[in-house]
Design a protein around this ligand. Structure first.
Ligand SMILES: Nc1ncnc2c1ncn2[C@@H]1O[C@H](COP(=O)(O)OP(=O)(O)OP(=O)(O)O)[C@@H](O)[C@H]1O
Ligand SMILES: [Zn+2]
Length: 729
């Protein structure tokens, strides 16, 4: 049989494989990573060329030819294509789904790989001929001579400035006609800020970084220790050592504020590309292309920016590396932090992971010698870490305790700002009938409805179900419905009443929904007037409010009693991060924690010995219970409208794979209901897998995913595989 001329193509379909197509006999192969159009069923799809071969498992008569090649230069270089394929395998994801995440929408739709020049105004400059023209050459055209002199003096000018100076468009076009002037690229804005003088710890950290080869550095720096300054100077040092080398900076989802971008812009000027969810498709593609061509030397983005192509990669930085937004929780369930290690290694460049509260995984990697720790123990302002006090709230009914109120008053009257943290938006998490005890629940989820006041309604925070506020109990028709517990709106109300002479700003997803709202709130805060900030997670991370001297944290008990094995780790991170917002200016900060479990050993350890010792204790516990990072785990989730089918489906799977599991020493726990069994009308079950080694888990999962694809499932059943899950719900 004559050998076939075949191409393997990754297609945007939910199957864990590539597809074989016939390549036109007389045409040379295109590079891997190029886009092609192919027939698929009765549709035409755009796919990515992965490789070529001469054999196929598909019978010859079923093979179809490709329709056409879209790209002359591939959209994905070998390095990036390799990373995506590796990641799809590791996370057991269909490669098409991984590509969906990695590629900008317009490229997926077939748009050309080009940045669109911005529609903003034209810039002009002289050509070499224009620059070298003798002074009297234009004496017969005095207007042109004047404009030429102007452009010679000002180098590069926008049209608006020339017009302002009184030049006519016509004169400019005449100069262009003579080959003396041309349209120019807008020059990148110049940096406006100089580097700070590093303290000795920052300097030691910077000196330890080598840009010549792969190494992951864990910049373990206390809150306010000046990690950002180390990032900025590392980028500058890299650029000094290797002109044009690019840096990729990943920040958490809510960390990519105009403040952050502003900091990079001020230091590096316009050689920056930004990638986040707020961009439109065109802007996203522009940033991608600017990174691919090397025009952008620094790329700052959230999770999926990890997949940005770079022509001269030099450094990757992940700020707040412990943040859960680096793990995608649906579709292609990858961890950008973990993949950054893989990418940096394959590019042979350094990776800096920064955090005041590193993930247990990262601390473990550092202990095992895989990461190099760069400690920053002191605050950049030389202040001691904030003073933390826990107060018992058994008798205080979840509101603000009296000692907290007294402290707030004291700090406000001293001209400072106060932050009140509570991780629950809305007015109250529960609406309860005082007569019969019934609580109002979501019809779609195993969850209570949260009462909101602005606007007034009941809201499920899990499935988004909304309804008007009930007037009477649906069980006993009694009219005594009572809000129980505190949300940010209720705390805001109570604080505004109590401290009427000071502004109270609420910062949560509801109050910052409008574009620019968060930015204007931050501006108010940074004006420094005494005020109270009430807010959720959004307030916890990375912000620098120098006038905040007191942080009050309400209700830390949820995390201590959480059913998720990561609950305590997350709580320790949250408390440390919120506490770290206090005392970043001239005065030492104070922190008050309100808890009903004041003597809990973990809480006591966190407060008295700090996050490091706390994390060590959690790591020992994980070692004893053989949980991550000591044993890798994966979750197989299934959900359906029918309450029984997810459990049946997973039980059958477990049964099919039990011999293989034994062979690879993989433990299968469950199936068990998810922490919230019913969510959005669907019933959810899961099977937890645990192995001794990553290799064993991977080998097992490869077979499992094939089995899952082959198994017949009820039509409405959905399943997914989550490798290294971050959320056990
Ligand atoms: N060497 C330095 N000299 C003076 N000020 C500094 C120095 N380094 C950093 N700072 C200032 O200290 C403040 C805190 O720095 P930064 O926000 O980088 O801290 P961080 O380590 O990122 O903290 P967090 O983890 O809490 O966000 C900033 O205002 C920064 O300008
Ligand atoms: Zn719901």
């Amino acid at each position: 049989m004559t050998p076939l001329n075949l191409v393997q193509i990754a297609l945007p379909v939910p199957l864990r494989r590539v597809f074989d197509y016939l390549w036109p006999a007389d045409s040379p192969h295109c590079p891997a990573g190029s886009r092609v159009e192919v027939p698929f069923g009765n549709r035409t799809l755009i796919g990515i060329v992965v490789s070529f071969s001469d054999q196929s498992d598909t019978p010859r008569e079923k093979l179809k030819p490709i329709k056409q090649v879209i790209d002359r230069t591939p959209v994905l270089n070998d390095e990036l294509l390799g990373l995506i394929i590796w990641a799809a395998n590791y996370y057991q994801s269909p490669i098409g789904e991984a590509l969906q995440t990695a590629l900008p929408v317009l490229l997926r739709q077939g748009a050309p790989l080009q940045a669109q020049t911005s529609t903003s105004e034209q810039w002009w400059q002289l050509t070499t001929e224009g620059l070298g023209l003798p002074d009297n050459a234009l004496r017969k055209a005095p207007q042109q001579a004047l404009l030429l002199a102007h452009l010679r003096a000002n180098k590069c000018c926008p049209w608006s400035k020339l017009k302002e100076a009184g030049y006519a468009r016509d004169t400019l076009l005449r100069l262009r006609g003579k080959g003396l002037a041309v349209e120019a690229q807008e020059p990148p804005p110049a940096p406006t800020e100089r580097p700070l003088v590093l303290n000795s710890e920052q300097q030691a950290a910077l000196d330890a970084i080598s840009y010549k080869h792969y190494q992951t550095y864990l910049l373990n720096g206390a809150t306010g220790s000046g990690k950002t300054e180390v990032y900025l100077q590392a980028i500058a040092q890299l650029q000094q050592q290797r002109a044009g080398a690019q840096t990729l900076v990943l920040v958490p989802e809510i960390g990519l504020t105009p403040q952050t971008i502003g900091r990079f812009k001020k230091r590096f000027g316009g050689t920056l590309a930004v990638l986040h969810s707020g961009l439109n498709d065109r802007e996203r593609l522009n940033s991608w292309v600017r990174a691919a061509t090397g025009e952008a030397q620094i790329i700052v983005g959230t999770r999926s920016a990890l997949f940005t192509p770079m022509i001269t990669p030099g450094l990757i930085i992940i700020d707040e590396e412990h943040d859960t937004s680096f793990k995608q929780q649906d579709g292609f369930r990858y961890s950008a932090r973990d993949l950054a290690c893989v990418r940096a290694k394959s590019l042979n460049i350094p990776l800096i992971l920064g955090s005041a509260t590193p993930a247990l995984e990262s601390l473990h990697n550092a202990k095992m010698g895989r990461f190099q720790t760069l400690p920053l123990q002191q605050r950049a302002n030389r202040q001691a870490a904030p003073l933390i006090e826990v107060i018992d709230t058994v008798e205080h009914n979840q509101g603000l305790a009296i000692p907290s109120l007294q402290a707030i008053k004291r700090h406000l009257h001293q001209g400072n700002q106060v932050l009140v943290f509570l991780n629950r938006r809305g007015y109250a998490p529960t609406l309860k009938c005082r007569d019969c005890g019934t609580v109002v629940c979501c019809p779609n989820c195993d969850a209570r409805l949260t009462l909101h006041h602005t606007p007034k309604h009941l809201h499920c925070h899990h499935c988004d179900f909304q309804r008007g506020v009930l007037r009477s109990c649906e069980s006993c028709h009694g009219r005594n419905l009572e809000p129980i517990g505190q949300g940010t709106e209720r705390s805001e109300e109570a604080l505004a009443k109590r401290f009427a002479e000071f502004p109270v700003w609420r910062i949560d997803r509801d109050s910052t929904r409008n574009k620019g709202a968060l930015e204007s709130l931050f501006n108010r805060i940074n004006s420094g007037e005494p005020c109270i900030l009430v807010g959720t997670q959004m307030l916890a991370k990375g912000h620098h409010f120098p006038k905040v001297t007191l942080a009050v944290i309400l209700d830390v008990d949820g995390g201590l009693l959480s059913a998720d094995f990561r609950g305590p780790e997350r709580l320790g991170q949250l408390i440390t991060q919120v506490a770290g917002r206090s005392g970043r200016g001239e005065r030492r900060g104070e922190v008050i924690l309100q808890s009903q479990n004041r003597d809990h050993p973990l809480l006591q350890q966190l407060i008295h010995q700090g996050y490091g010792a706390f994390a060590d204790a959690l790591l020992s516990e994980r070692e004893i219970t053989q949980m991550p990072p000591y044993a890798p785990i994966a979750l197989i989730r299934a959900d359906a409208l029918n309450a029984d089918s997810p459990r049946h489906f997973l039980t059958e799977l477990k049964h099919q794979l039990s011999a293989l599991a034994e062979q690879h020493q993989v433990q299968m726990l469950g199936p068990m209901p998810a922490l919230m069994e019913k969510k959005g009308q669907r019933y959810r079950h899961q099977l937890q897998l645990k192995a001794h080694t990553r290799h064993a888990l991977q080998t097992f999962l490869a077979t499992l995913s094939m089995r899952l694809e082959a198994n017949k499932a009820p039509r409405d059943l959905r399943w997914s595989i989550d490798v290294d899950p971050q959320d056990m719900g």
